[in-house]
Design a protein around this ligand. Structure first.
Ligand SMILES: Cc1cc2nc3c(=O)[nH]c(=O)nc-3n(C[C@H](O)[C@H](O)[C@H](O)COP(=O)(O)OP(=O)(O)OC[C@H]3O[C@@H](n4cnc5c(N)ncnc54)[C@H](O)[C@@H]3O)c2cc1C
Length: 416
């Protein structure tokens, strides 16, 4: 069923009896050509592009819980392509271009809102670093502007300009960045994949892998064994657990990241803003809540809930940037499990086991990557060669010293 304005009117006139479930609830078949483990944004996008762009069939997505229950439905919805390094920038710009046409492509309202993002800077050295980043973005075909303090003040006069411990000196702006309604992305890809024959199987946890003579033959699940010619794993924060079924130890740690939403306020912040002197980023949802977040909790965990020291740290960041936020009440908070890689950049690669492929290490920035990640993983699965924008995302970069250390923090996942 295609969604359209005409369809809404027709359904309104006939008592809304014609709407169908957005995707089927099929029983698993005994075998598929492709099994994608993980029904988050990346797994669903992979299945969608495998079917739509690479014309592959007999595809299943296996999800241990429900669609949208993982990080894809827990993030702070920010999308941007403001990366510095060659290994990253073309990939994230590819993703940004896919976001720009996504709703028409999968015929679903994902509320893609290019409301602009600004990264504030507070020192001369930070201005230099952001100038360099902006130039790298422009050279790769992305948009970037450097704003001075007066331009930032004209946009957000309520920021702490005059009495701040870390005075605001300006910002790097990407106007094409913004927000996208996160769970609608999962639903849109799920619906689009289902329409093209992909079986989306929820409540189906992968518990083991059958590997013989160096080749994967299928997966053991909570709903029985399912055979596959190729298995692609895209389980984000559960990467280490699932790949352990194949005997692999990954250069990835799992950490909790929290998100927060305030009570509904009148329109206040019409873009996305990040604080350059602490870890705090904020936007305002269409319902009026301030949606914000900060740093990871800082120690390994598989718990999808947060801890109070980081709540305090994030609140302090918000207070020092915009003191009036202290008068808003916090409505909700939650946590998600992040797949933190050693250099802060992802992996989209084959493994040493024939037919087994891996997608992960997204740290706390994988939502914006969802379309490109799905496309590039589908490319790798279908053609056995990496997509041109994802050639650097290899397992062996750690052994070869070819780290993509975007933050310049080294091999310390807790700092990325
Ligand atoms: C609080 C928070 C804020 C964030 N903010 C941003 C942001 O503003 N911008 C941004 O770009 N990124 C952000 N991120 C990061 C982003 O959400 C993730 O990097 C991205 O969503 C991960 O990919 P995914 O959508 O496929 O993950 P998920 O949605 O987590 O999908 C993985 C799926 O695998 C399933 N699974 C796990 N184990 C198994 C198994 N054994 N068998 C079957 N299925 C299994 C899980 O149930 C889950 O549904 C944020 C994350 C969090 C938690």
């Amino acid at each position: 069923m295609r969604y359209s304005g005409f369809r809404v009117i027709a359904e309104a006139l006939t008592g809304h009896k014609g709407w169908k479930p957005a995707w089927r609830d099929p029983a698993p078949q005994s075998a598929y050509d492709y099994i994608i483990v993980g029904g988050g944004g990346h797994g669903l996008a992979t299945a969608y592009y495998l079917a739509k762009e690479f014309k592959q069939a007999r595809i299943a997505v296996l999800e241990k819980g429900w669609i949208g229950g993982g990080n894809v439905g827990r993030n702070t919805t920010i999308v941007r392509s403001n990366y510095l390094l060659d290994g990253n920038q073309p990939f994230y710009e590819f993703s940004m271009k896919l976001w720009e046409g996504l709703e028409q492509d999968f015929n679903y309202n994902a509320m893609v809102s290019q409301r602009g993002i600004i990264n504030l800077f507070h020192t001369d050295a930070q201005r230099d670093a952001y100038t360099r980043r902006g130039n790298a973005m422009i050279m790769h075909g992305a948009d970037a502007e450097l704003l001075n303090k007066d331009q930032v003040r004209a946009m957000y006069p309520f920021l702490n300009f005059d009495n701040a411990r870390f005075p605001i000196k300006g910002a790097l702006m990407q106007r094409r960045g913004g927000t996208v309604r996160h769970d609608a992305v999962a639903w849109g890809y799920a619906r689009g994949a289902d329409m093209r024959g992909v079986d989306i199987i929820q409540n189906c946890e992968v518990l083991g892998m059958k590997i013989e003579n160096g080749r994967v033959l299928g997966v053991e699940t909570s709903r029985g064994f399912i055979g596959a010619k190729k298995v692609g794993v895209a389980v984000a924060g559960s990467s280490s657990k699932v790949m352990a079924h194949a005997g692999m130890r990954l250069p990835i740690e799992s950490h909790v990241l929290q998100a927060f939403v305030s009570e509904g306020l009148k329109p206040l912040i019409d873009g996305v803003m990040t604080y350059g002197a602490g870890h705090f980023y904020v936007s305002q949802s269409d319902k009026g809540g301030l949606v914000f977040g900060g740093d990871i909790d800082g120690y390994n965990s598989y718990a999808q809930r947060g801890n109070l020291p980081v709540v305090e740290d994030v609140a302090e960041g918000g207070m020092s940037l915009m003191p009036m936020i202290g008068r808003a009440r916090l409505l909700r908070m939650w946590g998600g499990i992040m797949d933190m890689s050693m250099d802060g950049s992802p992996i989209i690669d084959k493994t040493h086991i024939d037919g087994l492929y891996f997608n992960g290490g997204w740290c706390y920035g994988g939502f914006k990557a969802t379309p490109a990640s799905g496309w590039c993983f589908a490319h790798l699965l279908a053609k056995d060669t990496p997509h041109s924008t994802a050639t650097a995302y290899r397992f062996d970069r750690f052994a070869k010293g070819l780290m993509i250390d975007e933050k310049g923090q080294g091999a310390q996942p807790n700092l990325h």
